[in-house]
Design a protein around this ligand. Structure first.
Ligand SMILES: [Zn+2]
Length: 767
């Protein structure tokens, strides 16, 4: 279905290649035509005597040989999009008439197999001069076989099948906005399918034969023109589908946990090269059925009675699910931007790690009404702080101070050095630019109001891809990379045609400044507002952000009082970053005593993502300190068959406590079961006798807001076990923010409930 989709000019990537391919296909077409015309000339004019009589009842029969559209692979060679052979069913009304076939019988037979209305088939038989009327495209082999059976059984003529191809997306919704989709004609309509259409399409071949009136080939030498189809090129992306999977999994969970109203975005990037490892937006869609909306959207739309209104809402919901907001939407970055203000100030030597700042909660700014001073997010101020503490506290006024020392011109110089007023080049036709104050306004000497707000990420907008690219530069040694998503293009035989090399756009800051930024951001996660992104065994750097949402909310629910975008940018390992992740949750809801803030909502989600991605996808294994070991989750060993003594010994070594039920010598049962992944310190039940572990459902208690020890006890009282994510459980200030099984739901005795712990201090922070 191509109807209604906006036509855009060819996407930026490899425009030259697309032009080349289009040119090539045009050339093939021209050559084919010239050859054919020459032969026809030969047939009709030069050798007229010989052919004239035959040509009268001869028919030219053309068959298109469909080129197979190229495959899209992820970075590890897993298939993201592929084409498979199918068939088109068509009829020749000419033959039906000529052979005196029963049109009604043909219509009945085809209708029954293909599910096409009988009347529409009958209508197509009317045009008796036609040799080609398509009944159904892209028929799977089981249907095609039935059609062949029909032809054979009924001794029918005039029904034909031709090879075609169909696009499949084996992973469904995964990376859907990146991949995009194709229309019924296999032309890319969105995402990379559209942008790389020139690479993927290939060139159709053709077969032209001259047939006599009875449909038999006229076997004159040279009377068959045959051009093989040239299959499309294959594309390999930088996307790692496992990383993409983890990012999408945690994004979906965050939407539920924080009742996020207006979607979410997440980008994971290789910090050094700019290669995109994952890019996800919610809502998304299944490219195999791209018109379809999610169940929750359909539910929402079902409340609309007016037909016109429904159609309009349906359309806008479709556009929303297809939209790659990471490139196409802008937002106020808020406090995540403070990373760049810090980098600028260090690079220009207007501050150092020795500097200190005073925050009184408010500050008068030149050009602003005295009644309207600039405020710190903490209205009563942060007092005296070192540069490190100012970043840990995410203090607005320390950033204003840095900005004033830099001056507006210098500030903008770095905004440009970090690429924030230009497109990143990832996809220039889909990317947008944000809004910035004109130089004349921003540079005004008597008005520093704009500069002041800009230092903490307000009054301008950027795209998520611009923001993550800029911060990657701030922590990777200073290099602003050109983000890219296409690793290479290869032909159908596997020869590499093009490969993307990482491209440095410019060096924004020195390697030394970048190292200082990294160490300060590591402190933000270890001691500051980013503490909920901590994962045991890893060093993470990062910065939180909370900004008011300027975009109109999609679903107007009464409990979504204030519209915020909360965000977190994290990178790891902190001293030599391999991966940077930027997460944005658009309009989460205040729930379960968790305040709406990047520190309490976005930071733990990024922590959970990195906990999966670092060991499983990047091969970076945790290194535990003694302190960490108190905090980790452990795999429960299999103890059945061991002596009670031996089992107890093993559990104690792992940091568990034990309760033995029964007086036998051998372990006959255990709770939790082997391989359960639970927090160390749990009390494991060992059965040694006639009694067996309980098998009964129990109700999960409400854990939100509880301290770790209380939550653990509440679960164990009911025969359940705890596993933790988020802030260290050894920290006395942590409480449970979300639980994997909702309160009140029943689960089996011995089950494990995962809780995300967050630092209570951070809960109070609106930053
Ligand atoms: Zn402050």
């Amino acid at each position: 279905m191509r109807g209604g989709l906006d036509k855009k000019p060819g996407r930026g990537l490899g425009k030259a290649m697309i032009v080349r391919t289009v040119f090539l296909s045009a050339v093939c077409g021209v050559v084919a035509f010239v050859v054919l015309a020459a032969r026809l000339y030969e047939v009709q004019i030069s050798s007229n005597g010989h052919y004239e009589a035959l040509a009268l009842d001869a028919q030219l029969r053309r068959t298109t040989l469909t080129a197979t559209r190229g495959t899209i692979f992820d970075a590890n060679g897993k298939i993201l999009a592929m084409s498979a052979a199918v068939e088109n069913v068509f009829i020749s009304p000419f033959e039906i008439k000529r052979d005196g076939q029963d049109a009604a019988a043909i219509a009945d037979g085809l209708s029954a197999i293909l599910g096409v209305p009988r009347e529409s088939i009958l209508e197509k038989t009317v045009n008796e001069a036609s040799q080609y009327q398509v009944i159904k495209q892209k028929v799977e082999s089981y249907e095609a076989d039935q059609v062949r059976e029909l032809i054979k059984e009924g001794g029918l003529s005039g029904i034909h099948l031709e090879p075609a191809s169909r696009r499949y997306y084996p992973n469904g919704n995964l990376a859907s906005q990146i991949i995009g989709f194709v229309g019924t004609d296999n032309i890319g309509l969105d995402g990379l399918e559209r942008r790389c259409d020139g690479y993927l399409t290939g060139v159709n071949g053709r077969n032209v034969r001259l047939q006599n009136a009875r449909g038999a080939d006229l076997m004159f030498a040279g009377f068959e023109d045959h051009y093989d189809a040239q299959d499309g090129n294959n594309i390999t992306l930088t996307i790692d589908s496992t990383i993409q999977y983890f990012v999408e999994k945690h994004l979906e969970q965050a939407i539920i946990d924080y009742n996020v109203q207006n979607g979410a975005m997440c980008i994971a990037m290789n910090a050094k090269t700019g290669a995109i490892l994952a890019m996800a937006n919610h809502p998304n869609f299944d490219p195999n059925d791209f018109q379809k909306l999610s169940e929750s959207e359909m539910e929402r739309l079902s409340l609309i009675e007016d037909e016109e209104e429904y159609a309009k809402e349906f359309r806008s919901a479709q556009l929303r699910q297809w939209r790659n907001r990471s490139l196409a939407d802008t937002y106020e970055p808020g406090s995540v931007f403070k990373i760049l203000t810090l980098a600028m100030a260090l690079e220009e030597n207007v501050a150092s790690t020795e500097s200190s700042f005073d925050c009184a909660g408010r500050m008068d700014i030149k050009g602003r009404d005295e009644e309207k001073p600039v405020h710190c997010w903490r209205r009563w101020g942060h007092g005296r702080q070192s540069l490190n503490q100012a970043m840990e506290n995410s203090c607005n006024l320390a950033c204003v101070e840095l900005g004033l020392r830099l001056g507006a011109r210098s500030f903008y110089k770095y905004v440009d050095a970090f690429g924030l007023r230009e497109k990143t080049g990832l996809d220039s036709s889909a990317e947008v630019r944000g809004l910035w104050w004109n130089d004349s306004v921003f540079f005004a000497r008597n008005n520093q109001s704009q500069l002041a707000s800009a230092t903490f990420g307000q009054t301008f907008t950027v795209t998520p891809i611009q923001m993550i690219t800029a911060v990657a530069a701030a922590v990777n040694g200073g290099y602003l990379m050109e983000p890219y998503i296409i690793k290479q293009v290869s032909d159908s035989e596997g020869n590499i045609i093009e490969a993307t090399e990482p491209t440095v756009r410019r060096q924004a800051i020195s390697a030394g400044t970048s190292a200082t930024v990294r160490s300060i951001l590591r402190n933000v996660v270890e001691n500051g507002t980013g503490t909920n992104a901590q994962i045991r065994g890893y060093s993470i750097g990062g910065k939180t952000g909370t900004s008011e949402n300027t975009v109109e909310i999609a679903t107007k629910e009464e409990n979504a009082a204030k519209n915020y975008i909360v965000s977190f940018l994290g990178f790891a390992p902190a001293d030599d970053p391999e991966i940077v992740v930027l997460l944005l949750l658009d309009t989460p809801s205040h729930r379960n005593s968790v305040y709406i803030s990047g520190g309490s909502m976005a930071a733990p989600v990024v922590g959970n993502m990195l906990a999966d991605i670092l060991p499983l996808c990047l091969g970076i294994m945790p290194e535990y300190t003694d302190e960490d070991l108190k905090d980790i989750n452990v795999d429960m060993p299999k103890l059945m068959g061991k002596s009670v003594e031996e089992a107890q010994e093993q559990l104690w070594t792992l940091g568990f406590e034990t309760t033995v039920i029964g007086d036998g010598d051998t372990v006959t049962g255990q709770c939790p079961s082997p391989n359960a992944y639970i927090a160390s310190g749990a009390s494991v039940k060992l059965y040694a006798g006639v009694e067996e572990p309980i098998r009964a459902p129990v109700s999960v208690p409400q854990l939100s807001g509880m301290k770790y020890s209380a939550a653990k006890q509440a679960l164990e009282n009911r025969g359940l076990f705890i596993r933790t994510a988020g802030a260290p459980k050894s920290n006395s200030k942590v409480v449970v923010s979300v639980q994997s099984i909702p309160a009140g739901q029943e689960t089996m005795y011995g089950s494990v409930v995962e809780v995300t712990l967050i630092d209570q201090d951070v809960i109070e922070l609106r930053n």
